[in-house]
Structure formats: C-alpha cells, structure tokens
Design a protein around this ligand. Structure first.
Ligand SMILES: Cc1cc2nc3c(=O)[nH]c(=O)nc-3n(C[C@H](O)[C@H](O)[C@H](O)COP(=O)(O)OP(=O)(O)OC[C@H]3O[C@@H](n4cnc5c(N)ncnc54)[C@H](O)[C@@H]3O)c2cc1C
Length: 439
C-alpha cells in the first residue's frame, strides 16, 4: 500500500451523517490532535441531523435547535469542514470533486472545487428507492434529508391549518395520509404523526378533536410490517398501531400514485390527501457516476471486509452507501445507524493502522438488536446478545433504550458532559415550550 508523501497525510471524509461525523470526531481527537493526519469533513449541509430522528423533525416534535452546526463542531474539534456537494473522484490525481452549493436564491455559497486526499472515506448515506413506480417523484413526499423533513413538517401543518380554516373545501371532510413502506421509518412516522395530530388538537386545530378526521394508513408489500425484524416485534408493533388507529394494509403492492389516490396492484384505489414514500433505500444517484468503483445491489459501493472499496485501497466506504458482506447471514449488512456507528468506530483504528503501514483488520458487525419507537413514550425492543439470546420488551423501558441510542451518538460526537447537558436542556425546553413546532 503506497501513500503519497504529504505531511501530515490528508484524510477526507465525505458525508457528515451517523457514520461520517462520528468518524471525523474520533479521528480529530486521535490522529488530528497528534498532528498525525489532517482531517477534512465535507457535507452539502451546514448542520448534522441524527437521521433516525427525521420522523420527529418531520412532524415537529423535534426542532432545528437540536441540529449540530458543522462549522462550530469542526472549530471546537479542530478538523476542517468544507461545504460542498460531492460530485465525483479523480482517482489518478487523488482529488474529490465538489459541485457548488447555492442558497435559496440560487446564489453560490460554496463554489465548484476539488480537494486533494491521501485517504478518502465515503459516507454519503442512502436515498429512498421508488423502484421506478410511476407517480412517486411527482406526488409523494420522502424522508431522506433534513430539507425533506422540514418540507413534510410544513406541508402537514399547512394541511391541518387549511382543514381548520375551511380552506380545504367542503369536499374534504377527512384527511387521508398514506405511508408506503412498513419498515422502521414508515412505522415510526405513522405513530409520531398520530401523536402529533392529538397534540395539534390541543394547540388550536380544533377540527382535529374529531378522532375520525385524519386517517393514517401504512401500505406494505410484505405479509407483515417490519418484515426484517423478528415476528414477535412485528406482532407487538401491529397491535400498538391498531391502538393508535393506524390502519395497516399488508401484501399490498403500490402500482402507481396520483395527486389524490394510491393505486394498488390488486385494483384497490385508496384516496390520498398526502402520500409519503418510505419503502426501501438505494445509494444516492452520484454513486452511479463513479464508474471506476464497483457497485452492487441497490447501487451501493462494494467493499472488502477491511471496508476499503474493492477497486481502490485508498478509498473506504461506510454506512448506508457501502455494500458490505455479512458472513453470519450470507447477505449484506442492513442500512442501519448501528452499522454506520460500528463502522465509524472500527475505521478510527483501521485508518491509524493504514497510515502506520500496519496490517489491516476485517470488520465484524455485532447485531445488538432493534428498537422501534411508537410515539414519544412507547417503543418495542428486540435486543440481542450472546448470553441473553433475543429478548423482546415494550413500553417505557424500550423507549428509554431507544432514547439512549441517540444519547450514545450525541455523546460520541459532542462528548459525554455536553451530551448530558444538551439532553437535560432539551427535556427542560420541552416542558416550557409547545410540544410541537407550530410554525
Ligand atoms: C426516519 C428514519 C428512521 C430511522 N430509524 C432508525 C433506527 O431506529 N435505527 C437504526 O439503526 N437506523 C434507523 N434509520 C436508518 C439510519 O438513519 C441510517 O442507517 C444511518 O443514518 C446511515 O448513516 P450514514 O452515515 O450512512 O448516512 P446518513 O446518516 O444519512 O448521512 C449521510 C450524510 O451524507 C451527506 N451527503 C449525502 N449526499 C451528499 C453529497 N452528494 N455531497 C455531500 N454530502 C452528502 C448528507 O447530508 C448526510 O449528512 C432510520 C432512517 C430514517 C430515515
């Protein structure tokens, strides 16, 4: 393995999400502090939002005050942050190409530019997969990015305001919200949405006091929701959804979507005021343009067990955009925050070894189970461990375990003390402010 002689070597991480921000923080505290490497983090956004909480941002139970400023974070942790949209790699010259990022008025915030690297880490996450279904791009909202979460929050609030003021018209005596995809995203969003409508009913949207006015439905092609998780979890979650009056259609494949309807393959037509698409993921489109790197299923970049890309040992890929073999399951690792976090932790030691010219290790994923939130107070957990096997539980304790996941992430990127203070402040603010963002 040959490293170009620069002093110190430049590690460029693209994507400041669950994997990238965690890795940049770790490296800045180890290699960066010792001046053994120059760490640069690139993102197309100025802030980091913990993606598993996107559904909470999208209904307004979390607000922008919980985002992490990448400018401030990089300054405090002494790494470089560069605003830019990743557009490609010149592997011969070891340069990352960045497209400009513009503001809302289309004025450039960051120009077209290239960044040199000695080691490149790609951590640009994933996007919703519409599987080429007609009408999705035009008529569905998705939940991949902070911008989309904010748009969904504003669409939902405006919809309920129009219902309250009568601007929806007399024909709209009910609101039908269809969520396509019964994975964790769809389930958590449906539950959060139901809770939000109940909150809004006590915050000025009186029409929502009628419990029959908002119909929420999850549409899932598999025979059960959360098909990737143990059946026990799926059954418990389905029961909770029933209690929240969330309808669930299983074995239901969406054929196409129009501005007011969802058409299923069996001929059923569901009225739809708002359709949200949360059915599976694929790699971001830019990955398809990286013709010199090998891609696999869902367009993700194939990696070796060391997490290096199969075609270039100077390029590592982690998180949702990596296709990493999972020997225990004879398949690929799932797109989960748990995988992204473990890969970031692993890569800190791996890159240190890489720079020192030491042998590299293989990444081993430890599946610690799954947690699915169903409202602000409830969750269903299936935790796994060698000693305990798989244990499922629900309710308050499961929700605390779910919250702890976010706390762990916050603690990794903000430090333990800051994470405790921020969590305590967040709780205090929720007591004195409306529980929902209402603007
Ligand atoms: C609503 C929802 C709920 C979820 N719940 C859970 C859960 O409970 N448990 C769990 O384990 N997983 C959950 N997930 C999945 C989890 O969020 C992802 O697996 C995880 O965030 C992947 O981390 P990542 O770093 O690969 O990508 P991300 O966290 O998505 O980060 C990618 C980063 O790359 C940046 N980026 C993307 N493209 C570019 C570009 N071209 N140029 C520059 N920057 C770019 C983005 O701005 C972002 O900062 C959930 C996902 C969603 C949407």
């Amino acid at each position: 393995m040959t490293l170009r002689k620069t002093n110190p070597p430049r590690i460029v991480i693209v994507g400041a999400g669950a994997a990238g921000l965690n890795l940049a923080t770790r490296l800045s505290r180890s290699l960066g502090r010792k001046k053994a490497a120059e760490i640069t983090l690139v993102d197309e956004n100025l802030t980091h939002m913990w993606k598993p909480s996107l559904h909470e941002y999208s209904v307004g139970t979390k607000g922008s005050d919980e985002e992490i400023s990448l400018l401030e974070h990089s300054h405090r942790n002494r790494y470089n942050f560069r605003l830019g949209r990743f557009a490609g790699i010149d592997r011969d010259r070891c340069m990352v190409q960045l497209d400009p990022v513009n503001d809302l008025h289309n004025r450039p915030l960051a120009p077209l530019r290239s960044l040199p690297y000695d080691i490149l880490v790609l951590a640009i996450g994933s996007r919703s997969n519409d599987f080429g279904t007609p009408g999705i791009k035009e008529h569905c909202l998705m939940l991949d990015t902070p911008t989309q979460a904010k748009r969904l929050q504003s669409e939902l609030l405006n919809l309920f305001l129009r219902l309250e003021t009568g601007a929806l018209g007399k024909d709209h005596s009910t609101i039908n919200i269809n969520i396509v995809g019964g994975g964790a995203t769809g389930v958590e969003l449906a539950a959060e949405l139901r809770e939000a409508t109940e909150q809004l009913a006590h915050n000025g949207i009186d029409r929502l006091r009628d419990p029959g006015i908002v119909h929420i439905r999850i549409i899932e092609a598999a025979p059960r929701v959360l098909a990737a998780l143990p059946e026990k979890v799926s059954k418990k979650v389905t029961r909770h959804l029933g209690e929240l009056s969330v309808a669930v259609s299983v074995n239901a494949r969406v054929q196409h979507v129009t501005s007011q309807e969802v058409h299923l393959a069996d001929g059923t037509i569901l009225p739809s005021t708002l359709t949200i698409w949360a059915a599976g993921i694929k790699a971001p489109e830019v990955v398809g343009t990286l013709s010199t790197l090998e891609t696999g299923s869902l367009g993700r970049l194939k990696v070796r067990p060391t997490l290096q890309s199969t075609h270039d040992e100077k390029i590592y890929v982690i998180g949702d955009c990596a296709e990493c073999f999972w020997p225990e399951k004879d398949g690929f690792l799932p797109p989960r925050a748990q995988v992204a976090t473990q890969q970031a932790e692993f890569l800190e030691a791996q890159l240190t070894a890489h720079l020192a010219g030491k042998p590299l290790r293989n990444f081993h994923y430890i599946d610690r189970g799954s947690l699915v939130a169903i409202s602000q107070e409830g969750a269903v957990a299936a935790l796994m461990g060698k000693a305990i096997g798989t244990v499922t539980f629900e309710g308050w304790l499961a929700r605390r375990a779910y919250n702890y996941l976010h706390f762990q992430h916050l603690s990794s990127v903000q430090g333990w003390l800051r994470a405790v203070v921020l969590t305590a402040l967040g709780k205090a603010m929720r007591r004195v402010r409306p529980r929902l963002k209402l603007h």
